[in-house]
Design a protein around this ligand. Structure first.
Ligand code: ADP
Ligand code: G3P
Length: 495
């Protein structure tokens, strides 16, 4: 009997495939970097063909690394960067434009116009989201309106829309299946999270033809089987979830009140609110954490657009550092008395500010400011923003957490994790398996395949690697956070 599951984790900066056992142990992995394209200020694009080729390569490598054939894999789980928008020709399977990435701000004006028309309350009530370029709907409309003849073709059903999960499923199944799951659908601005269905009024508002949309299924579902030519035999695709939702599962945050924060390109904090969709009074998002057996579990989400991306910018943009890992040693070396603040609003500000037009700034520079101070400020900014989110969540009525489970590439940085615990005054816990996103997708596939009994099993998969205890005195913590709030107020374009 096949006793392994394979997770495909298609993130913003890389594509990974990881083979897990039915007990959540990693057997092998493969990874490929993804090229980022910045064709204009605030624009971010990916090449969907590159994403597909990388997915094929890493999947084959991970299977070979574990010495497994297609018949040994009980199911594939797909997890993905969310919201990123791909349109393709159903006849050829080829993308008709570059993928517009979740960070892209090109539709900020359109969102502002819709808000001025008074559309936001209805959009919020049905989707749990806000009118922001982050989500897919205005990106789809932008593509339809900017490419000659595309809207008419979409209306005739010749063009398909999908987030990355959906596009990969289409390609994996040889163009036979056009489907997504409820967590990804919930990020489009077109999906009613209460009725769990696409919404005609939202489709009209955003100008998106229904004929483009995929079917929406539970996260553990028989989505289809891969084209046998791809991996030497057909493999069933049995799990699917957006990456932050998959990380919530992988972190075993499967009971109401449990909370996790993931530090990859951006930072996303999700609080499981059970079968109750909590409406935030503090500009957090209400979203689907997962849907199993037709029942949705909801989450309150705080989304920050730039976390590890600030470290990448220091490395690739400014060339202040040679590697992300160097930031730890430099942060230690920075003089503690210097107060430099870096507001990484490169693509606007996400939760709880939602200011698409804000742009980044570095404040508090003096003649003796050095590279180490700027590096430290970039790491601190991620922690300050996490505190912004936690304060919004507790203001929304969440009980103050007893700990925060963290994961993602940036959590390798011990200095940053200690500062995070200090800033939140909450212990921070890093699990032994930091690939929680992939683990969550693998778990969904394992549940779909019947080799993992259910979400409760995730609790037995979770083991602590390191716990960071808060050590900073309250006045110092408050002084530094007040400095951050002041820095943010300087870049905001609206209250
Ligand atoms: N030791 C480190 N210190 C700080 N940031 C790091 C470190 N290692 C990796 N990162 C950052 O983590 C991010 C990669 O994390 P990952 O979870 O793979 O992201 P994604 O899923 O968004 O592609 C990069 O932005 C990188 O700059
Ligand atoms: O690629 P990540 O891990 O930064 O996640 C991206 C998010 O899903 C965007 O909403």
């Amino acid at each position: 009997m096949a006793e392994h599951v394979l997770a495909i984790d298609q993130g913003t900066t890389s594509t990974r495939a990881i083979v897990f056992t039915a007990r959540g142990r990693e057997r092998s992995r493969a990874q490929a970097e993804l090229t980022q394209h910045y064709p204009g200020p605030g624009w971010v694009e990916h090449d969907a063909e590159e994403i597909w080729q990388a997915t094929l390569d890493v999947t084959r490598q991970a299977m070979a690394g574990a010495g497994l054939a297609a018949c040994d894999i009980a199911g594939i789980g797909i997890t993905n960067q969310r919201e990123t928008t791909i349109l393709w020709d159903r006849a050829t399977g080829r993308p008709v434009a570059p993928a517009i990435v979740w960070q892209d701000r090109r539709t900020a004006e359109r969102c502002a116009a819709l808000a001025a028309e008074g559309a936001e309350p209805m959009v919020r009530a049905r989707t749990g989201l806000l009118l922001d370029p982050y989500f897919s709907a205005t990106k789809i409309a932008w593509l339809l309106d900017r490419t000659e003849g595309l809207r008419a073709r979409a209306e005739r059903g010749e063009i398909a829309f999908g987030t990355v999960d959906c596009f990969l499923l289409w390609r994996l199944t040889g163009g036979r299946v056009h489907a997504t799951d409820a967590t990804n659908a919930a990020r489009t601005l077109l999906f009613d999270i209460h009725r769990q269905d696409w919404d005609d009024e939202l489709l009209r508002l955003f100008g998106v033809p229904r004929a483009m949309l995929p079917a929406v299924h539970d996260c553990a579902h028989a989505f289809g089987t891969t084209d046998p030519a791809l991996f030497g035999g057909a493999i069933a695709v049995r799990g699917m979830a957006g990456d932050q939702q998959a990380a919530t599962i992988g972190q075993a945050c499967v009971r109401p009140g449990m909370i996790k924060s993931t530090y990859g390109t951006g930072c996303f904090m999700l609080l499981n609110t059970g079968d109750h969709p909590v409406v935030s009074q503090n500009r957090l998002l209400t979203t689907v954490a997962y849907r199993l057996d037709g029942r949705a579990t909801y989450a309150l989400e705080g989304s920050i657009f730039v976390a590890g991306a600030a470290v990448q910018w220091l490395r690739d943009g400014l060339r202040l550092i040679a590697s992300a890992g160097q930031t730890e040693q430099l942060a230690h070396a920075a003089a503690p008395e210097r107060s430099v603040y870096l507001v990484p609003a490169f693509t606007g500000l996400g939760a709880p500010y939602w200011d698409a037009d804000a742009r980044g700034a570095i404040l508090g520079l003096t003649r003796d400011t050095g590279i180490a101070d700027i590096v430290r400020a970039a790491l601190e900014a991620v922690c300050f923003q996490t505190r912004d989110l936690l304060e919004a969540m507790t203001a929304d009525g969440a009980a103050p957490p007893t700990n925060l489970r963290v994961d993602g590439g940036m959590t390798a940085n011990d200095w940053a994790m200690q500062f995070l615990a200090d800033m939140l005054a909450v212990p921070v816990e890093r699990p032994a398996v930091t690939e929680t996103t992939a683990l969550g997708a693998a778990a969904l596939a394992g549940i779909g395949a019947g080799i993992i009994p259910g979400l409760d099993a995730l609790e037995t998969f979770w083991h602590l690697d390191r716990r960071y205890e808060p050590a900073m005195a309250t006045p110092e913590r408050d002084r530094r956070y007040a400095g951050w709030k002041d820095a943010v107020s300087r870049v905001r374009t609206r209250a």
